[in-house]
Structure formats: structure tokens, C-alpha cells
Design a protein. Structure first.
Length: 232
């Protein structure tokens, strides 16, 4: 490991402006938000800020009673923080890799725990995989993001995008490793009795998400413990 002088370290790790956009990656795991109005971030993701910035939890008037009830069940990973004012806000999530997406009238679904931040012009809605509720505890909810603006999502290590097509048939993913998918896809819950027998009832591999149609799905090389099969 190379030893750096203090001046070298400060120069290499210093905040830099390399993009005119409101969202900029200071490094692969740190997002800078140039705030001039309002943005939404994952609750607890702020690591530093400066300027005239106010942070408040997403309120009932902004999310509706149905969404509030879903958040009460889905846990802290689904909670949003509103940042308003003018300044700079730095957000990160457990050292996970941050990917910036520019939606242009698009719709995507993201695992609730992998939504880091999005601009005020993006609409968000919590969705539920109803069939999963009877099989698993936790990890039942995802976020539908639609509109035009910048979105920051996270993943453990480098994400992989798999194309889904009717020609090639469905793609199956481990729910614990699934990060996001295109808005036109509706995943189904699939169970594999053979895998369940082989690995035991507590194994995530015995419950999978089945994607079919036309679109894409993003997975990560890591299984987060959101989905725990009941009875395992």
C-alpha cells in the first residue's frame, strides 16, 4: 500500500466539481447533491452537508395513508427524507456502489433498500408483491419511479443487467440479489421444490422471481438478507 503525504491525500480526496448536473458522484460510493429546491433521499443516508438545508421525513400529505401503511410494514429501508433549501448534501449507504440514472419519461422498479436519492420531478410509489407475503417475511416492497429527472440507486459491487425477451424465455433471479427492473415487467414468484429440498427451507434459492416479456432486470453479486423464508 502506497504511503501518501498529507497534501497528496487531501488533494486526491478533496471534493471536486466535474459535472453541471444536480447529482454527481464524488467517488463510486458517495453522491453529492447540489441542492436548489428539493430532493428526496433515503432516510439516514446523509453523511455531510453545507448551506441552508432543511431535512424532514416524508409526511402523510405527501405519501397518502396507503403508502404510509406500506412503509410501516416494509421497514426503515423504504423511508424517505426530504432535503430542501440551497447547498450541498452528501449521501451514501453502507459503502454500496452508486449508479446514476437519467429518466426521460421512463418507469423503473427498484428494490426499496436500493433507492438512494431522486429529484423532485420523479414520482415514487411503493408496490407490493402480494404472493410473496404468504411465503416470506420482509423484503415485500419495491419502489416504482417514473417521470423525468435524476435517480441514484445502489448495489453491492458491480451490477449486471440481463435482457428479458419473449424469444429467449423468462429469467429467474434470487430476490435477495435483485436490484431493479424495467417498468414493463411484472415479476412473478416462483418456487423450486428441488432447491428447497436440497438447501433446506431457509434457503433463498427455493424462492425466485420470474421475469418474462420484454425488458431488463438488474442483479448484484451479493445476497442481502431482506427475504427470509418463513419456517426456516
Amino acid at each position: 500500500m502506497a504511503i501518501k503525504t498529507l497534501d497528496q491525500f487531501l488533494a486526491e480526496s478533496a471534493q471536486k466539481d466535474a459535472s453541471p448536473d444536480a447529482f454527481e458522484l464524488e467517488n463510486p460510493r458517495m453522491l453529492e447533491v447540489r441542492l436548489a429546491g428539493r430532493v428526496w433521499t433515503k432516510a439516514g443516508a446523509m453523511v455531510a452537508y453545507h448551506g441552508d438545508v432543511r431535512f424532514t421525513r416524508q409526511g402523510l400529505a405527501e405519501q397518502g395513508l396507503a403508502t404510509l401503511l406500506k412503509k410501516a410494514v416494509s421497514g426503515e429501508g423504504m423511508r424517505l427524507m426530504k432535503a430542501e433549501g440551497k447547498g450541498r448534501v452528501y449521501v451514501a449507504d453502507s459503502g454500496k456502489k452508486v449508479t446514476l440514472l437519467r429518466l426521460q419519461g421512463d418507469t423503473i422498479f427498484v428494490n426499496g433498500n436500493d433507492v438512494l436519492a431522486f429529484e423532485d420531478g420523479i414520482e415514487s410509489e411503493i408496490t407490493m408483491m402480494k404472493r410473496m407475503a404468504g411465503m416470506m417475511s420482509g423484503g415485500l416492497f419495491n419502489v416504482r419511479l417514473s417521470g423525468s429527472g435524476l435517480v441514484a440507486i445502489t448495489s453491492h459491487y458491480e451490477p449486471l443487467t440481463l435482457r428479458v425477451s419473449r424469444k429467449d424465455g423468462p429469467i429467474f433471479t434470487d430476490p435477495n440479489a435483485t436490484v431493479a427492473w424495467s417498468g414493463g415487467l411484472r415479476p412473478e414468484v416462483a418456487t423450486d421444490i428441488t432447491l428447497g429440498t436440497l438447501f433446506g427451507r431457509g434457503s433463498g434459492e427455493s424462492i425466485q422471481l420470474k421475469f418474462h416479456g420484454e425488458g431488463w432486470v438488474v442483479v448484484q453479486p451479493y445476497e442481502e438478507v431482506y427475504f427470509q423464508q418463513r419456517g426456516g
